[in-house]
Design a protein around this ligand. Structure first.
Ligand code: EPZ
Length: 417
């Protein structure tokens, strides 16, 4: 079992470059199934990205990785069942359903994994694909999907702007026959990135706010594309610096994608300056509480940044209030933060964080990806030593977490037993 050992209480200071966005590269990798050969740059080295690569290989693609570039040759794609082990490895495996159906005319896959945030249904994905002409049945935990001929365009309104359902529908619609209009679509930057990649490969997708129109094309061609920076990785390092009274310069980032996060950090007392592709944050010795943080679909405050910000505010002066509206079980880190001395009460979707003077190091276990990041942040700001297990969650979403934090002056190491 691997463990992170963190000696807390050190101010983080320095400059780091943000990696490419996990949640952008995953749907884009699924999209490469529709084209010839694609080369993606700014791809983070993460276990979820490796899992997506293995799914592509199962379907007959050839992959090459060189530094941050992944080349996918999808000329010889053929219908294959995606093994349950791969589907369970990450929830985003469901994003392959739309493109496999579009490319092969049928698909068979088990229900995806990644359910640590509570019930995560895929009804909106399935309903959307049915509207595009897919016939989908479920048996023994498997989805059997087929299309007679080609998928066709449709007018679809999502009851909730689900990120994954928007991506799956877009991926299926881009080579469908005719026009698709998706209303109440998700507006996350990762959706625009997927649309930009599809258009680079000859797709005809236009995103206007929460309305996405797609003119179906026969097929996509090869394309080279650079993935956008990871706004959640950026938010995590900003929160880590803020929690330790530090000062950090993030480069290779898009400040506009963090428009809901930066004001919260300013309310907490941080000084923030931004340029076209950089953010500088200088934190006070002690943060101030943030009266209300409510997670919402983009452009609202991202649910993925809720846990990291909560960790930083555990030692703020005053009481902060969080309302989690996206996922039903996204406070799993709270129990672990309490073990460090945090005073947090949870009632349904609301968490009340009463700032304490300091946290103390403890033995902790990561419960999910962003919850794990929150524990790292808390451990960095705490007095004494913390050990963290459950690192597979962190490795899904943070490339070289320890190396990056060490460059900022953290005392952190990984023990491999
Ligand atoms: C994406 O998950 C991200 N994952 C998540 O990132 C992120 O937290 C989430 O969007 C919200 O921003 C990827 O992009 C790979 P949703 P996704 O569909 O697509 C309900 C991280 O830490 N819903 O917008 O699964 C669902 O249960 C993560 O990087 C349905 O009811 O999110 C949830 O309550 C984890 N039916 C809400 O919608 C459906 O068919 C939002 O889910 C689909 C979703």
């Amino acid at each position: 079992m691997q463990r992170l050992i963190i000696e807390g209480g050190r101010r983080l200071e320095g400059e780091i470059a943000v990696h490419g966005a996990k949640n952008a590269v995953l749907p884009i990798l699924a999209a490469t199934l529709l084209g010839g050969s694609s080369t993606l740059s700014n791809c983070p080295a993460l276990s979820d990205v490796d899992a997506a690569g293995r799914i592509l290989q199962t379907l007959g693609c050839t992959l090459k990785r060189q530094a941050d570039r992944i080349s996918v040759d999808a000329h010889s794609v053929e219908f294959r069942e995606i093994p349950e082990t791969l589907m369970r490895e990450m929830r985003s495996s469901i994003l392959f359903l739309g493109p496999i159906l579009a490319r092969c005319g049928r698909a068979r896959l088990s229900f995806p994994g990644g359910c640590e945030l509570g019930a995560r249904p895929i009804d909106l994905h399935i309903e959307g694909l049915r509207r595009l002409g897919a016939v989908i049945s479920e048996e023994h935990g498997y989805l059997n999907c087929s299309v007679r001929g080609r998928l066709h365009g449709a007018e679809i309104t999502l009851p909730f702007p689900s990120v994954g359902a928007t991506e799956n529908i877009l991926l299926a619609a881009v080579t469908a026959q005719g026009r698709t209009v998706l209303h109440n679509a998700a507006r996350e930057p990762e959706i625009c990135d997927l649309a930009d990649f599809l258009n680079t490969c000859g797709g005809r997708v236009s995103v206007e706010g929460d309305r996405i129109s797609v003119e179906g094309v026969e097929s996509l061609h090869s394309g080279d594309y650079r993935v956008i920076p990871d706004r959640i990785e950026a938010a995590t390092y900003l929160c880590a610096s803020a929690a330790t009274g530090g000062e950090v310069l993030l480069t290779g980032v898009r400040p506009g994608h963090l428009a809901a996060v930066l004001p919260a950090l300013e309310t907490a007392g941080c000084r923030i300056n931004t340029g076209e592709d950089w953010i500088r944050l200088a934190a006070p010795h002690r943060l101030q509480a943030v009266p209300s943080v409510k997670t919402m679909p983009y452009p609202g405050f991202p649910t993925d940044a809720q846990a990291p910000l909560m960790a930083a505010l555990c030692t703020a002066e005053g009481t902060s209030l969080f309302v989690e509206t996206i996922f039903e079980a996204r406070y799993k880190h709270v129990g672990e933060l309490r073990r460090m001395g945090a005073r947090i009460e949870v009632e349904g979707r609301v968490a009340l964080v009463r700032g304490v003077e300091s946290l103390s190091g403890a033995n902790l276990c990561c419960t999910d990806l962003r919850g794990g990041a929150a524990l790292v942040i808390a451990a960095l700001s705490a007095e004494g030593r913390s050990t963290l297990t459950g690192l597979r969650h962190l490795d899904r979403g943070y490339q070289d977490l320890e190396g990056t934090l060490r460059r900022l002056g953290a005392k952190i190491s990984r023990e491999r037993e």
